[in-house]
Ligand binder design. Structure first.
Ligand SMILES: Nc1ncnc2c1ncn2[C@@H]1O[C@H](COP(=O)(O)O)[C@@H](OP(=O)(O)O)[C@H]1O
Ligand SMILES: [Mg+2]
Ligand SMILES: [Mg+2]
Ligand SMILES: [Mg+2]
Length: 356
């Protein structure tokens, strides 16, 4: 039997759309309730609030599915001020479309329930069964500096990505718009023309549609650009130098004959951008031997790029393996490129990294 994942896709898109209403509100506020996690990385009331809203929708619609999400409630249990702020936001956030809000169902009863909902994302993942993976704000550093960020949700079944949704509130709606790494100096007031949801279902292609706040509109098919001449291609990379080795990627660009400077952008907005042909190649080269990539940072983007005509592997040339657990422990780095040139890019990556 073919499973079409129609309901999973609809719920995932609406849940991301609703949570984006919350993150956009926090994005425009000066005080974002930022705290440091144990690994010193930032998390904000936007991350916690979005995670609570999205998991609440999953709990109501797919109560038997496991969830692997980035954040956990431990810090909120010790900080009443912070959790009340988040609770206020979660309570107030509703989709404009009453029917759509009804579809999401459930809701969060009270503050304690909100903390429990956040902690439903602590599954260890794995190769068996249905596992949702959620990054409520991917690119928190981009979110804090007024750049790109994404709400990323994907469904894995037996370790394979079946549905992927990326909400990118700060990317242009227009698939043909030039690659936008930041959103200019007007970001405190103006959301006009921005906000897009990228989606994909395995075997059904990838689409984009406006993020909006009302009912979802029909998606438009997206596809990667065909690269015929490397000299006119461009790399899309992290803003954070600690997340990808930028000097190695400069050498790779040079060897490939790429002349344009890399576009630096936070979050999985990179995957969405290349999937719609606004950029060409996404490179993420390991900066340390010990860091393991997290499944929520890549699952949605991986499927969206592959369904748009791309290939995604690590630097060893292996597909990303989402069935290992919460991390991509068996992979190293990421190379996402149009299928026609992926092999050529991989070859040069391996030469520069000394892998062959
Ligand atoms: N040393 C490191 N190497 C690679 N990725 C890292 C990293 N430290 C943190 N990250 C991840 O990089 C993500 C952001 O990706 P990008 O650099 O493409 O914007 C972060 O997601 P969050 O912002 O959700 O925590 C975080 O999970
Ligand atoms: Mg992330
Ligand atoms: Mg995150
Ligand atoms: Mg984080």
């Amino acid at each position: 039997m073919t499973t079409l994942y129609t309901r999973e896709l609809e719920i995932a898109q609406l849940a991301v759309q609703r949570a984006a209403i919350l993150t956009k509100r926090v994005f425009h506020e000066k005080a974002k309730g930022t705290v440091s996690k144990d690994d010193k990385s930032p998390v904000t009331i936007g991350d916690f609030g979005a995670q609570a809203l999205i998991i609440a929708a999953l709990r109501a619609n797919f109560p038997h599915d496991a969830i692997v999400a980035e954040e956990e409630a431990a810090q909120l249990r010790e900080d009443a001020g912070l959790r009340e702020l988040i609770w206020g936001l979660v309570q107030e956030t509703r989709l404009e479309d009453v029917g759509a809000e009804g579809l999401l169902g459930g809701g969060v009863k009270d503050v304690e329930d909100m903390l429990e909902v956040i902690d439903l994302g602590r599954s260890e993942g794995g190769r068996r069964g249905r596992v949702w993976t959620l990054d409520p704000i991917d690119g928190t550093k981009g979110f804090l500096r007024g750049g790109q960020y994404a709400l990323a949700l994907a469904l894995l079944e037996d370790g394979d990505v079946k549905v992927g949704v990326l909400g990118c509130p700060n990317l242009p709606v227009d698939d043909a718009a030039p690659l936008a790494a930041d959103i200019g100096s007007d970001h405190q007031t103006d959301d006009e023309g921005r906000g897009v949801i990228f989606s994909a279902v395995v075997g059904q292609g990838a689409t984009s549609r406006p993020l909006g706040t009302g009912a979802l509109t029909e998606g438009k098919k997206i596809s990667m650009k065909t690269v015929t001449d490397m000299a006119s291609a461009s790399f899309c990379e992290s803003v954070e130098a600690g997340h990808s080795n930028q000097s190695e990627s400069a050498q790779i660009a040079q060897r490939l004959g790429i002349t344009k400077p890399s576009v630096r952008m936070d979050s999985q907005a990179k995957y969405g951008s290349i999937a719609r042909g606004a950029g060409d190649i996404y490179l993420r080269l390991p900066t340390s031997k010990t860091y393991q990539e997290k499944i929520w940072d890549h699952a949605g983007g991986d499927l969206i790029v592959r369904e748009a005509g791309g290939q995604v592997t690590d630097t060893k040339g292996q597909r990303l393996d989402f069935g290992v657990g919460r991390t991509l422990a068996s992979n190293s780095g990421v190379i996402a490129a149009p299928a026609g040139v992926h092999g050529q890019v991989l070859e040069v990556v391996q030469q520069v990294l000394g892998l062959k």
